[in-house]
Design a protein around this ligand. Structure first.
Ligand code: ATP
Ligand code: MG
Length: 442
C-alpha cells in the first residue's frame, strides 16, 4: 500500500478523552474512531490488526478441533426466558421490539442460542464430543464504557461451546480449550496467565480467566513467577498433554484481587517468587454442566439408550479488546512495536527523497520487489518532513523499516528493526531477511 492512496487519519495531539496509552495510540494512529459512547468504527489500520488477531484465534481453535459457524447478533428473547437469564441479565442487555411487538435482543453471549441449535440437530451420543465456535459482535450495555475498545459496549468476541456426554469428557474439552488459549496468546506474543475464577452469572464449578500482565489493567493480580516459565511449545492436543499442562499450571499460585488471600499467598509462594501487578482479562473459560441443556431441554441418546442432558462449557476471547491489550503490553512510550504475527503491515518503506529523485526511484523499486515476493509493505510516499514521517511510524508500530535517504549508494538501504540499531543491506539481502523473519514460524 502507498500511504498517499491509503486512509490513515493520524492525530498530532493526544485526544483529551483518552486516559490510557492504548486508547490514545489507537485514536492517534487512526485505528479507531468512536461513533457513540462505547461503540467504535474500525478504520483500515485497526481493522487489519483486528482481522489478523481473528485469524490467529481461528487457526488455533481449528487445531484444537473446534468447528466454526456463525450465529446472528440479534436473538429472540424466548430462549432467554426459558433459560431464566432474560430477567437475570438486567440493564446490560440491549432489548429490542420488532414491528410485530416481539421481544428481541442484541446477544451479549450465545449459550442459549447454541443450545437451541444443538437441541434441534443432534440426537445421539455418537455425534459427541462436539465443539462449536463463532466470531461475532456482542453488545453489553456496560454502565461505564471506558478505555476505548478495552471496555466498550459493542465488541467482537470469539465464543466456543462444548457438548459432551459425561462430566469427564466435558473436562477433557475444557482442557483442550485451556491449552488452545495458551497457544493462541503465545502466538500473539503475549504471556497470558490462567487464573482460577468465579463463574458468576454463567454458573458452574470450573472456570479460568486468562490475564495478560501489564502495569495498567483493571484487575490486580498476585502470582508465582514460576508460572511465567512454563513452556507450551510443541505440545499437541492429546488427552495426556492437556492434562499435564493444566496440572503444571495448577501447581503455582495465581489469583485476581477477587480471590486473593494474603496468608495463602505468603504461605505458598516464596518472597522472591511473588509477583503483584495488574492485568487485563483477555479470555475466560467455563465448565457449567447441564445448566443450559437442562433448562432448554436439550437431550441426547446415551450408549445405554437413556435420554440425558449433555454437559457443556463455554469459552470466550475478547478479540476487539486484544489490540488495546497488546498495546498496553508492548508500547513503551517512545514507540509501538506490533508482534509480527498481527502487524498491520509487515514492513514500512520510508522514502526521504522527493518526487523523481534517486531515493524516490529506489523506494518504488524496493516496494515492487517486496510486492512480487508477497510481502505487505506500507510505502510512505507523502511529502511530509522526515521528522514527521518518523514520528508517525513510531505510532503505527510496523516492526521493520527500510529507510531510503538521498545520500546512499545504488544498492544500499537502511534496514531497521524497531528498538534496534539499523544495518545497511542490499535489496536481495532485505528480501531474504524478511523471508527469514516472516516465514520462520511456518
Ligand atoms: P469483564 O470481567 O472484563 O467485564 P466478562 O467477565 O464480563 O469481562 P466474559 O463474559 O468472560 O466477560 O467475556 C469473554 C471475553 O470478552 C472477556 O474475557 C473479555 O476479553 C471480552 N469482553 C467482555 N466484556 C467486554 C467489553 N465490555 N468490551 C470489550 N471486551 C469485552
Ligand atoms: Mg469474564
Amino acid at each position: 500500500m502507498r500511504l498517499s492512496n491509503y486512509f490513515l487519519p493520524i492525530l498530532k495531539e493526544n485526544p483529551s478523552e483518552a486516559k490510557i496509552k492504548s486508547h490514545q495510540l489507537m485514536l492517534r494512529s487512526g485505528m479507531i474512531r468512536q461513533s457513540s459512547s462505547g461503540i467504535y468504527s474500525w478504520l483500515p489500520l485497526g481493522f487489519k490488526v483486528l482481522k489478523n488477531i481473528e485469524k490467529i484465534v481461528r487457526e488455533e481453535q481449528n487445531k484444537a478441533g473446534a468447528i466454526e459457524l456463525l450465529m446472528p447478533t440479534i436473538q429472540s428473547a424466548d430462549i432467554w426466558k426459558e433459560s431464566g437469564r432474560y430477567d437475570d441479565y438486567g440493564k446490560e442487555m440491549l432489548r429490542i421490539k420488532d414491528r410485530q411487538d416481539r421481544d428481541l435482543l442484541y446477544g451479549p453471549t450465545n449459550e442459549e442460542l447454541i443450545t437451541q441449535i444443538f437441541k434441534d440437530n443432534v440426537r445421539s451420543y455418537k455425534n459427541l464430543p462436539l465443539i462449536l465456535y463463532h466470531i461475532q459482535w456482542k453488545f453489553r450495555d456496560e454502565i461505564r464504557p471506558r478505555f476505548g475498545v478495552m471496555r466498550c459496549r459493542e465488541f467482537l468476541m470469539k465464543d466456543t461451546y462444548s457438548f459432551d456426554i459425561s462430566k469427564q469428557d466435558a473436562v477433557n474439552s475444557y482442557k483442550k480449550m485451556f491449552l488452545s488459549y495458551l497457544k493462541t496468546f503465545e502466538k500473539l506474543e503475549l504471556k497470558a496467565i490462567p487464573m482460577q475464577a468465579s463463574t458468576g452469572p454463567i454458573g458452574g464449578d470450573l472456570s479460568h480467566e486468562f490475564i495478560i500482565l501489564t502495569d495498567t489493567g483493571e484487575s490486580e493480580v498476585f502470582l508465582d513467577k514460576n508460572l511465567l516459565k512454563i513452556d507450551i511449545k510443541n505440545i499437541g492436543y492429546s488427552e495426556k498433554n492437556t492434562s499435564e499442562i493444566i496440572e503444571k499450571y495448577s501447581k503455582f499460585y495465581s489469583a485476581t484481587d477477587e480471590k486473593y488471600n494474603k496468608t495463602e499467598f505468603d504461605n505458598l509462594v516464596k518472597k522472591e517468587n511473588q509477583l503483584h501487578t495488574k492485568g487485563i482479562e483477555v479470555g475466560h473459560i467455563f465448565y457449567f454442566g447441564d445448566k443450559y441443556s437442562k433448562s432448554l431441554k436439550a437431550l441426547i441418546n446415551s450408549k445405554e439408550g437413556k435420554n440425558i442432558n449433555p454437559q457443556m462449557g463455554s469459552y470466550g476471547i475478547g478479540i476487539s479488546r486484544l489490540p488495546a491489550a497488546i498495546i498496553e503490553a508492548k508500547y513503551n512510550n517512545q514507540f509501538m512495536k506490533w508482534p509480527k504475527s498481527i502487524t498491520p503491515f509487515q514492513v514500512a518503506i520510508i522514502n526521504l527523497g522527493k518526487n523523481g529523485d534517486d531515493a524516490d526511484k529506489k523506494s518504488n523499486e524496493i516496494y515492487q520487489i517486496l510486492k512480487i515476493n508477497h510481502f505487505d509493505p506500507l510505502l510512505d510516499d507523502t511529502s511530509e518532513s522526515p521528522s514527521s514521517k518518523f514520528k508517525n511510524f513510531d505510532l503505527i508500530g510496523i516492526p521493520y523499516q527500510i529507510i531510503i535517504g538521498t545520500k546512499m549508494n545504488k544498492d544500499e538501504y537502511e534496514f531497521k528493526e524497531l528498538g534496534k540499531d539499523k544495518v545497511i543491506l542490499s535489496k536481495d539481502e532485505i528480501v531474504n531477511r524478511l523471508k527469514e523473519i516472516y516465514n520462520s514460524d511456518k
